[in-house]
Design a protein. Structure first.
Length: 74
């Protein structure tokens, strides 16, 4: 069962690229909102290992922000 979260912006995707650094791990999560749209997150290497993050595995981008900026063209 998935944990219940207060964040309302939870996007499910697939971890496509995991680039390990010395301390941090860069995780690119592809979210199928439209072709070519990716969400990139920098997390610690130990966090990636602790959650069992794998290439091709399901991942959630959970966005918690007190401010959201809305824009339009023109």
């Amino acid at each position: 069962m998935a944990p219940k979260l207060s964040a309302r912006n939870i996007l499910k995707g697939t971890a496509n690229v995991i680039t390990n650094g010395v301390v941090d791990t860069e995780v690119i999560v592809f979210i199928e909102l439209s072709p070519g749209v990716e969400i990139v997150s920098i997390i610690t290497k130990s966090s990636a290992e602790n959650i069992g993050l794998t290439i091709g595995g399901s991942a959630y981008a959970i966005i918690n922000a007190s401010d959201v900026i809305v824009a339009v063209d023109g």
